[in-house]
Ligand binder design. Structure first.
Ligand SMILES: [Zn+2]
Length: 300
């Protein structure tokens, strides 16, 4: 359980024990990554202590999506996505499409993805990536679930593909947005949502985002760690292992709030409301009701 009344243990140095003034949703947490296998319960406790109470666990291939679903079944406040990352697009085939489609119809799966285009590293060829992404756009249209999209150095092609599908899919978030103003406005014109990570904290390559965050309407913005990747580079203390985790999300929110001219509280409320609406999550009171009903039926 992501328990907002949990206490910090001593894994995080004092200087990294942040607590958000309002509950946060981390919409991109790769909690099935092997680096979390040894201490996931402690990671979840620290997320609660930081008031990061909703976690969308990213499913980047079939095995990880199935693990994400298992986690979401076990831990209240956790939800899963199911998709094939562009790096793995060369593995796409009909069997995989059928297995993904089955996952998309499960209640724990709140988005189709992570899927998209990454022409930066091209671990799969661009044609393989486009084929797998096109097929996942079709699956999103069938299931009517929103898309969780990865795009790197492929903004133009991404926009063209999304434009062709825009009327058929419900909603889409471009997660870990890192591109330029033109690309951002292209996405906003398509009525897409934007996910921001600690990239904005990176003085080598992310400071251009400081100028852009004001362009994102508050109701289209969500926040994420993309942990264990993308540990913010400007944290006020060193972290053993340098593994990013959800408990550090308030630091990123503080940075985004600063450059947008919002308070942390405003940004926390707004991004959490947007995440609930976008992923169609139960309201906090409903989730408590579900917990209580389960408790009562166990007791009764
Ligand atoms: Zn990604």
């Amino acid at each position: 359980m992501v328990d907002p009344d949990a206490n910090f243990d001593d894994f995080l140095p004092e200087a990294l024990r942040f607590r958000s003034p309002a509950p946060l949703a981390d919409i991109g947490a790769n909690l099935t990554h092997e680096s979390f296998a040894g201490d996931l319960e402690a990671v979840l406790r620290r997320a609660g202590a930081a008031n990061v109470t909703t976690l969308i666990v990213t499913g980047t291939d079939l095995a990880h999506a199935e693990q994400a679903v298992e986690l979401a079944q076990r831990v209240p406040g956790l939800y899963a996505t199911a998709g094939v990352h562009p790096h793995d697009a060369s593995h796409w085939n009909g069997d995989l499409a059928a297995a993904m489609s089955r996952l998309h119809h499960r209640a724990e799966v709140v988005a189709v993805g992570e899927c998209g285009l990454d022409f930066n590293r091209n671990f799969s060829t661009p044609p393989e990536q486009e084929r797998a992404f096109e097929a996942q756009l079709a699956l999103a249209a069938q299931s009517r679930k929103p898309l969780f999209i990865h795009e790197r150095d492929a903004g133009r092609r991404m926009r063209d593909m999304l434009r062709a599908w825009r009327d058929d899919i419900s909603d889409a978030v471009v997660h870990c947005f890192t591109a330029d103003r033109d690309t951002l406005h292209g996405y906003l014109d398509l009525d897409l949502h934007i996910g921001l990570t600690g990239w904005i904290c990176d003085e080598r390559r992310g400071h251009h985002l400081r100028e852009l965050v004001r362009d994102i309407p508050l109701e289209r913005l969500m926040v994420e760690t993309d942990c264990p990747y993308l540990l913010p580079r400007d944290l006020p203390a060193k972290l053993k292992g340098r593994r990013h985790e959800p408990a550090l999300l308030p630091w990123i929110v503080r940075e985004i709030a600063h450059w947008r001219g919002n308070t942390e509280t405003e940004l926390a409320h707004a991004t959490s409301d947007t995440a609930r609406r976008f992923f169609r999550l139960p309201m906090a009171s409903e989730a408590q009701d579900i917990g209580r009903t389960q408790q009562e039926s166990r007791n009764g």
